[in-house]
Every structure is written in C-alpha cells, then in structure tokens.
Design a protein around this ligand. Structure first.
Ligand code: G6P
Length: 472
C-alpha cells in the first residue's frame, strides 16, 4: 500500500466560480497553493477543503467530479455554516483575538457550536480517505479542533498542523471562553508549526495552563503523547517573482506605469481588506507627510491596492467605508490640477500587473498592526532584481524577524512611519542596494519549497519519535 499525504485547509487552492449557471474552477494565486502544489499533485496525495461558494446539494456531485481530476476533495458548507463557522467563529472570534484586536471579537455560542460541527464534518471527510500509514497536514485557525477529531477516529495517524496567523500572548488568548478546547484540539497533532519563535513561545505558555499538560523545551506531553512545537517561517516562490520580470506583459505594464507616474516617487501598498493591516494608520502617516512637507506635493504618490476580502463581515464593511472616506479627504485636500496624492484600487489584479508594480515602485510600505508573516513584503523584495528600492516594514509582521534590512517601524507610531517614508524616498542608491541585496538573499534561500521540505522532514522525524514512544 502506498502511503499518501492529505492536506487540509479551510479553502481549497482553487475556487468554484459561477458563470451563467455554469461552474468553473479558478486557480488561486495564494502562496500556499504554489508551495503545496508539489505535494498534493503527487501520486495519491489529496487536498481537502471548501471550494469557496455554497453549492446546492443537487450540484455537489458535479463539483466533486471536477475537483477529483485535480486531486481535490471538497467539503461543502451550507449558508448557515459559512455564516457561523467561517464568518462567525473563524473571522469574528479567532481572527480578531489572534491579531490582538479583542474589542472586535464577538464571543457568540452559536459560532462556537458551528465551528465544532464543521471541524467534525472535515474530520469525517478526511477519515473517509485515510489509510494506515498516511500523513495529514492541517492548515490554519479555521481548523484548530480538527487534529484531535481525526485522532479520535484514527489514533495512530501522523498529523502536522501549521498556523498561518500569529498565536497571541496568553493574556490575550485567555479571553476566549473556549480556550482550553482549542488548545486540546491543536494538541491532537504530532507537530505544531508557527511562523515565528514568539508564536511558539505564546502557544507553549497557553498550553502549559492545561492541567494534563507538561511542557519541556519545545515538547508538550499530553495524554501519553508528545507533541513537538517549532517555528517554520514561511517563504514565497522567489524564482517565480524574479522570472515574471522578464515576461513581455509585465514589461508592458511597467512601461505604462512609469509613463503615468513620470518622475514621481511611488510608494506602493498591497493588502487584503483587513483591519489587521493598518491601512488607516498608514494613510494618516502619508497625510501627515503631505501636511508637514508641502515641498513633496506633486513629487510623490501613494499607490494603494486593497484586495476585497470577507466583506460580509460587518467590521470589514465598516473599514472599507473608512478607507473610502480617508482617501477621499486626502485627495480632495491635496490634489492639484495635474497631480493625485493617492491612487486607490479596491479590486484584485493579475500577478503580472502586481509584479510590474513591485518592480517599478520606489518604496513598498507594509505596516500591519499584526501579521503572522506577510508575504507581500517578500514578494516586493524578490521582484527587485536590480537591488534598488526600499521596504518599510512593521515590527508586528513575522517577516520583520527575517527582513531586518528593511526600515522597521512601529505601525502605531504615525510620526515614525511618516519619517520612514521620508527616509525611504531620500535613501541613496548605494544604501538601497546594500539593504536589498541582504534581503533578497534571505527571501531566495528561505523560499516556499524549503519551507515545505523543512516541515515535512520534521514530521518524519517526529514519526520516529512517536513510534519509539509507542514501543516503550
Ligand atoms: C489569511 C489566512 C488564510 C486565509 C487568507 C484569506 O492569509 O491565514 O487562512 O485563507 O487569509 O482569507 P479568506 O477568509 O478569504 O480565506
């Protein structure tokens, strides 16, 4: 029997889009899909997850068949489940708390119940594909209970879990009414991975409060099992971003972009719509710069792309309105007949267009209030094949632990962010090159392929540890 790996995440790497009554598959550009492509497309390996929309029961067989050709197994969610498990517990409880925005959390019992029930649904689908010797790799905060649920059904299975968002300090985590069951759910895995050492530290601190848990170094002993907890900073497909620069379509976008922006210094920001990204604070810093340095008027522009996300969750809708208002205020107060301070786009763009922006922008401003890793900062660095350009990066992003040649800022300090923009647009080219070279070396070496390899290898090591414990 050939052993296989089952990847599980809330979303599949492709989504179903409905076009005139017909279902089509649309590939996701996400880093995870690229990185794990080498895993789930191999042999009997599969990826289990939600196809992104509500599919009526009578059409589920058709979708299942379409996805099966790509080694993908769908978990269908009802409208209620999307509302309570995904928008509710995942994005109105776990997301805000794990990003330290506790006042945004809504601790609703019906959210928690649906979260439990959907995690169970995932566990049954995974179990129906599970054979002895298989490995399961579970991803992210939407599935914190899943590892333990799978282990109940199949006690000997090897499970890895990776969390893509921060794990907060215990003083924050403890606010969640269901904190213990979340930790117990995660401890169903054999290996728990986080982006940074701080996330590991916070998790171990939270786990150590459970009565049956003992923590020693990075090993958690729980219910006669040992769980290894480690950091695996996620990388990107840096070769892909370097390679894109040579594409004719990208060159054309670059030419047009430069023609439009002329000699102006361009400051680029790209985010999903999210209050954790610090979009409003960043706009305030930019406004302060225009206010205090009128000589820059006409000579700089902020190019701001916000990718629509979770806009059915009230906080996200609210944020969108606030951004509209602030951008409107800045543009109406400072624009001239021939110059616009902020170019704001609320939509997604092709990877070729983004690549052209990365390659052309003088500065990339990445200032999340909190971020597990932040891959935009790495994509900007990988795209700077001539080693020029300046990255301004929040100290609250996991990436700041690796990209320490960026200008590192506290995103809450509007004055500091404003001064960082000034420093960036005035930075001599020799200094830009010095910093960018170091960062490019890091991004290129610690890429997504190495990340997958390191995690899978560690999981194999842990398997040996578990087997030796069992035979003791
Ligand atoms: C973050 C999370 C992912 C999530 C993505 C997009 O990167 O870590 O798990 O898939 O955001 O969010 P969405 O809610 O659209 O899946």
């Amino acid at each position: 029997m050939v052993n296989k790996t089952i990847i599980v995440s809330n979303r599949l790497p492709v989504k179903i889009v409905e076009h005139q009554g017909e279902y089509r598959l649309s590939p996701s550009e996400g880093g995870l899909a690229t990185g794990l492509g080498s895993v789930y497309k191999k042999g009997d390996n599969i990826w289990v997850g939600w196809p992104g929309i509500e599919v009526p029961e009578e059409r589920q067989a058709e979708v299942t068949e379409k996805l099966a050709e790509l080694n993908l197994i769908p978990v269908f969610l009802t409208a209620d489940e999307i509302n309570l498990y995904y928008e509710g517990f995942s994005n109105e409880v776990l997301w805000p708390v794990f990003h330290y925005m506790v006042t945004y959390a809504n601790f609703d019992q019906s959210y928690r119940d649906s979260y439990q029930q959907v995690n169970e649904k995932f566990s049954h689908i995974v179990a129906s594909h599970l054979q002895e010797g298989d490995t399961v790799w579970v991803h992210d905060y939407q599935l914190l209970l899943l590892s333990a649920l799978i282990r109940e059904i199949q006690p000997q299975v090897l499970i890895g879990f990776f969390q893509h968002i921060p794990f907060p300090s215990y003083e924050i985590f403890r606010l969640i009414p269901w904190r213990d069951e979340l930790i117990a759910g995660m401890l169903g895995a054999d290996l728990l991975g986080f982006h940074t050492f701080d996330d590991v530290r916070h998790f171990l601190s939270a786990a150590s409060r459970l009565p049956q848990v003992k923590v020693s170094d990075n090993i958690v002993s729980y219910k006669d099992r040992q769980i290894v907890v480690e950091s695996f900073p996620m990388g990107i497909d840096s070769d892909k971003f370097e390679g894109l620069i040579a594409e004719p379509q990208v060159r054309e976008h670059m030419r047009l972009f430069r023609k439009t922006m002329g000699e102006r210094k361009v400051i680029l920001t790209i985010d999903r719509l999210d209050y954790s990204k610090g979009i409003l604070q960043r706009l305030q810093a930019y406004e302060l710069l225009l206010q205090t340095h009128p000589e820059l008027i006409g000579h700089i522009s902020l190019y701001m792309i916000v990718v629509p996300s979770r806009d059915t969750v009230p906080r996200y809708k609210e944020l969108r309105d606030q951004i509209d208002q602030l951008v409107g205020n800045i543009n109406s107060s400072y624009r001239t007949m021939s110059w616009q301070p902020v170019y704001y786009f609320y939509r997604s763009f092709t990877i070729e267009f983004l690549s052209a922006l990365y390659r052309t922008a003088d500065v990339c401003l990445v200032t999340p209030m909190r971020d597990g890793m932040n891959l935009v900062s790495k994509e900007y660095v990988a795209s700077r094949t001539e080693d020029t350009g300046v990255l301004i990066l929040s100290e609250m992003a996991g990436a700041s632990k690796e990209l320490n040649d960026a200008i590192i800022v506290n995103p809450n300090n509007i004055g500091e962010v404003m001064r960082a923009i000034l420093q960036a647009i005035q930075m001599p080219e020799t200094e830009q090159i010095f910093r960018m070279k170091q960062m490019r070396a890091v991004v290129s070496k610690f890429n997504i392929h190495l990340w997958v390899k390191n995690f899978m290898e560690k999981l194999e090591e842990v398997k040996v540890l578990q087997e030796s414990l069992r035979t003791k």
